[in-house]
Design a protein around this ligand. Structure first.
Ligand code: MN
Length: 261
């Protein structure tokens, strides 16, 4: 398969390098177009008010058969530019492997998932892949996530997804033989405790850190539940965020008949 590979951790992050090497050695033809720096949690931003640059980078840590480009835009910018020139009609857009999970309500903050969303919007089959690792863990099993991604691509070649649907894949941070299997899941609920921390700068003025500790609702069948139980979570995600039952309740409740003041 001709694959466009991108991410939000930057073109020289370990996840994308590992994935590209696994894809190449499985016979896929890989073109990397990825941000020139860390762009995690930029969401689906597109750059409209300054010029964008994209340049070829020496393969370096990549295998020699891989075409690698860096771009000074967001992950979604990378997909837009890549589909314009170096790889106009990929069989698949793959975003990742992200350093850290993209579970529950992480979805719309995530540059990784947003790049896959951009792929879907532009008519490509797309997949986002994230490793459920944290900075505190000594080992990051990117090879596990890369094996899972290659196996899923084999599956998708024979069973393509419906247009407009991307797969959000989260892989437990474990050696491959300890992963229990795959669960097809729904988006779960992940809230952040202590999201804002207020501190003082040396002049005594307040400043703020937005971060927080994730608190998951471990409902069976959700993405957070699957990964917490050692399974690969595969969530089909579509771009239509409409809540259809509310169309009925708002309409029958008279929302179309309100009088403007
Ligand atoms: Mn990231």
């Amino acid at each position: 398969m001709k694959i466009l590979l991108t991410n939000d951790d930057g073109v020289f992050a370990p996840g994308i390098i590992t994935l590209s090497s696994f894809l190449s050695s499985s016979g896929h033809e890989c073109t990397v177009v990825a941000p020139d720096r860390e762009r995690s949690s930029v969401g689906h931003a597109i750059t409209l008010h300054r010029p964008l640059r994209m340049w070829r980078v020496p393969a370096g840590p990549y295998t020699a058969d891989c075409n690698v480009y860096a771009c000074d835009g967001t992950p979604s910018d990378c997909v837009v530019l890549a589909l314009e020139e170096p790889i106009p009609s990929p069989a698949m857009v793959v975003s990742g492997i992200n350093r850290g999970p993209n579970l529950g309500d992480d979805l719309t903050y995530s540059g990784t998932v947003s790049a896959a969303m951009e792929g879907v919007i532009l008519g490509c089959s797309s997949m986002a892949v994230s490793l459920n690792c944290s900075e505190k863990e000594p080992e990051h099993y990117y090879e596990t996530a890369a094996s899972v991604a290659v196996s899923l691509l084999d599956f998708l070649r024979d069973s393509p997804q419906a247009p407009g649907v991307l797969l959000n894949v989260n892989v437990p941070n474990l050696p491959l033989h300890l992963v229990k299997g795959v669960r097809i899941t729904r988006k779960g609920v992940r809230l952040y405790e202590g999201k804002v921390t207020r501190l003082k700068d040396p002049s005594g003025r307040d400043y703020f850190w937005v971060s927080g500790r994730p608190e998951d609702q471990l409902v069976e069948g959700s993405d957070v539940w699957a990964v917490a139980n050692g399974f690969v979570s595969v969530t089909p995600v579509h771009m239509d965020m409409t809540h259809f039952p509310s169309i009925e309740t708002l309409t029958s409740g008279g929302a179309e008949k309100i009088n403007f003041k």
